[in-house]
Design a protein around this ligand. Structure first.
Ligand code: NDP
Length: 307
């Protein structure tokens, strides 16, 4: 019942320390030092490569991150459960990132940055949070946590999701038919959807046109959900005011990409949140216990849905 870890080796060293500390009976090996392939039952990986077919006794594949879109699910044997990472570090990081982005937009910091460049000292009217309408696409683990925090500032909060949800103090919209109404009431749109065939290219000209003039985008989902040319066009026409992008397509964003030099676009290199190695190791260990006890694991994905 050895666990094999195949991702960033520096973080892997912390995983190994955590396993040694809290689960000394569960050996953890760091790829490529795999030892006897037949002893490996569990694989924790970002990109597992051929290991999903070459390890003869593999029982579970754990993604080291919250998403599984980096995996080619068609290449993973159908009997092998795939489990995404659910641990508090990912949630905390995302809540911090989106809160900061929304507050920066709300407090006009993009405009003040431009004023600073021009050495202009001019105050803009302060808008109450209740008049700023925040809308989150995707009411999963992260979208829900983000809204629960933003609500505390007094923003008018709403969310849109495939299936119906109820979140205290949040106006929840469900399904394609409700998307237009959700967009029409949204000043700051936050994307926290998983990448699937249904969400690829969703953030396009058609969608931007349904947002009120002057709206902003915070994109923390996945790069291919955004049509960058349509965003640039909406910004240049001043239909959209600003964008905070943590994810792009491709990553890294090429040095000559026009998004880099847009005045009211802020780009970060996919750092909104990441698995915290200590609590990530704990989450996997808890799932191993569940698997052995015949209980459902937390975060097992639905292969047909793709998330
Ligand atoms: P979850 O799986 O918990 O939630 C996804 C939500 O999206 C679900 O509520 C689901 O609804 C909804 N959804 C899926 N497809 C659609 C669709 N076509 N239309 C409407 N709603 C849809 O995921 P998380 O909240 O944990 O993470 C969301 C995404 O955030 C990840 O997939 C990843 O891409 C991104 N992420 C980005 C990070 C970063 O650093 N930038 C870090 C971590 C994650 P339902 O349940 O009804 O199907």
């Amino acid at each position: 019942m050895t666990v094999l870890y195949k991702a960033d080796p520096a973080r892997g060293a912390i995983w190994a320390e955590r396993f040694a500390e809290v689960a000394p009976d569960t050996p953890l090996r760091i790829w490529p030092d795999i030892g006897d392939p037949a002893s490996i039952r569990y694989l924790v990986a970002w990109e597992p490569g051929d290991l999903v077919t070459t390890l003869p006794n593999l029982d579970v594949l754990f993604s080291v991150g919250a998403g599984v879109d980096q995996l080619d699910l068609a290449r993973i044997p159908p009997h092998l459960p795939v489990v995404r990472m659910i641990e508090p570090g990912i949630v905390d990081g995302m809540v911090e990132y989106v809160t900061e982005a929304v507050l920066a937009i709300h407090r006009d910091l993009f405009d003040y940055a431009q004023q600073q460049q021009a050495r202009v000292w001019r105050a803009m009217p302060l808008r109450p949070a209740a008049s700023r309408r925040i809308g989150v696409l995707g009411l999963g683990m992260l979208g829900t946590a983000v809204l629960e925090r933003l609500r505390l500032f007094g923003f008018a909060c709403a969310g849109w999701n495939r299936s119906a949800r109820t979140i205290d103090g949040v106006d929840c919209f469900a399904g394609r038919d409700a998307l237009d109404a959700f967009l029409a009431r949204t000043d700051v749109l936050v994307c926290l959807l998983p990448l699937t065939d249904a969400t690829r290219g969703l953030l396009d000209a058609q969608l931007f046109a349904k947002l009120p003039a002057g709206a902003s985008l915070v994109h923390v989902g996945r790069g291919p959900q955004l049509v960058a040319a349509d965003l640039l066009d909406a910004l240049q026409r001043d239909h959209l005011h600003s964008a905070v992008l943590d994810v792009t397509d491709p990553e890294p964003l090429p040095a000559d990409h026009p998004l880099w030099t847009q005045p009211r676009v802020r780009i970060t290199p996919h750092i909104a949140s990441a698995t915290r190695p200590e609590s990530g190791a704990d989450a996997v260990l808890d799932n191993l216990r569940r698997r052995r006890a015949g209980e459902p694991m937390i975060g097992e994905i639905d292969r047909a849905r793709g998330y």
